[in-house]
Design a protein around this ligand. Structure first.
Ligand SMILES: [Zn+2]
Length: 409
């Protein structure tokens, strides 16, 4: 990678603008948000490097996550029926593949387990009788393993879609042991998918605080936790009455505010699946008796096209990666250890669980256009460096060893 020198950039700025820039610069400096290290004192006094961590991966201004709850198999096989389950994958599968956008599926393991066992009772399923999702409607574990293999995330939506919202007495609506529900979901997903899930979205909404604490023991990342951060996170839902422009509008607002947009909903339907939906009243009302309201395929495709056309501005990833990027970025401290002869040593550290929070963060190096080459190493190994909008970017792992930056004039 090389950078062209741009001599005289500073001198072309007028004095009052310079004063304003300097005051902002020193404000940021005093907040510890950027670190400036003089590389050479004699050759070029304006030559300085400054370091900071990008808000989102690759220094894109915004991030995007989409999730689908309830593991409705018709979301990925719109023509599926209990009698004829072996139909082609479409729906979210096709959208994800066409636009290379990964999706997070919060699944209900009991749906697949009971389907495998032929158990149609769902004795405590959803606290509703009859159960709100019919046995079999989650497809099979093979369906979700297939989606995992396509690069999508399989997270937990509790083992049997249990209602842990606070009841009138402040206790959870369901008396089911939350350990059984939340541990059971993790065990089932790990067993059938082959990877332990670390993300969870609660059915019905925020549970009582004690249950949220139990969830953290099994799935440290929850939608409840990330949603609290309204500065960095913007939420929207999708359903049968959502329009493409609603979702694009939300994404544009997230870009303006430097936020991650998280959109959540249930199923998606295509023309093919329209007449195959689960309940007889579906075609009449556009929604089933239990409120299941899948978004139209064409609506979601409009959003995915927009995302694909604006990738330069949007970091698109699954829930677990974006959640960890945000948590790490907020918790990490960037410290310059030393600077000598164009070699700078940095540390990026946080005190979160290092085994879980090991998603690389994007280190931004502002070269002030005065160096011709930057090399970055972490823990002795070379790290690829890219340039974006005049900045050098390198992915560094917090607590992953000393970062060495070598600059050449
Ligand atoms: Zn649900």
């Amino acid at each position: 990678m090389s950078i062209n020198r741009l001599p005289g950039v500073r001198s072309s700025l007028n004095l009052s603008l310079m004063k304003r820039l300097y005051s902002v610069f020193f404000l940021l400096l005093s907040c510890g948000l950027i670190f400036v290290v003089p590389v050479t004192a004699s050759d070029d006094p304006t030559c300085e490097l400054s370091f900071s961590l990008a808000d989102w991966k690759d220094n894109k201004p915004a991030a995007f996550v989409i999730y689908s709850d309830d593991s409705m198999v018709r979301s990925i096989k719109s023509q599926w029926t209990l009698e004829n389950p072996d139909v082609p994958y479409d729906g979210f599968f096709k959208l994800g593949k066409t636009y290379n956008i990964p999706i997070t599926f919060f699944v209900v393991p009991r749906l697949m387990d009971d389907a495998a066992k032929g158990d149609a009772t769902h004795a405590y399923f959803s606290n509703f009788h009859p159960p709100s999702i019919n046995p079999g409607a989650g497809g099979t574990w093979a369906d979700w393993k297939f989606m995992h293999e396509q690069g999508h995330e399989i997270g937990s939506h509790s083992y049997s879609h249990t209602n842990f919202l606070p009841g009138p007495d402040g206790k959870p609506n369901s008396s089911v042991d939350p350990h059984l529900e939340l541990r059971g979901a993790v065990h089932a997903i790990e067993h059938h998918i082959g990877e332990k899930p670390i993300s969870m979205n609660f059915p019905y909404g925020s549970p009582v605080a004690e249950v949220l604490e139990v969830a953290h023991q099994y799935t440290p990342l929850t939608d409840e936790d990330i949603s609290i951060d309204s500065v960095n996170v913007r939420k929207a839902v999708y359903g049968s009455d959502t329009e493409t422009q609603d979702l694009i509008g939300e994404m544009k607002r997230a870009i303006e505010a430097g936020q991650c947009l998280i959109i959540g909903g249930h199923g998606i339907r295509t023309e093919l699946g329209r007449h195959e939906e689960a309940a007889p009243d579906f075609n009449e009302n556009g929604t089933r008796w239990d409120g299941y309201k899948p978004v139209e395929y064409s609506v979601m495709e409009g959003l995915f096209q927009y995302l694909d056309n604006n990738r330069e501005q949007i970091y698109v990833d699954v829930f677990k990666n974006v959640s960890r990027y945000l948590a790490e970025r907020k918790a990490s401290i960037l410290t310059v250890q030393s600077s000598e002869d164009g070699t700078i040593l940095l540390e990026v550290t946080h005190n979160l669980d290092p085994e879980l929070y090991d998603v690389p963060l994007t280190l931004k190096i502002d070269t002030q256009a005065a160096v011709s080459h930057i090399s970055v190493y972490q823990d002795g190994k070379p790290v690829p460096v890219t340039t974006r909008n005049g900045l050098c970017l390198a992915q560094v792992v917090p607590n992953g060893g000393t970062v060495k930056v070598i600059s050449q004039l």
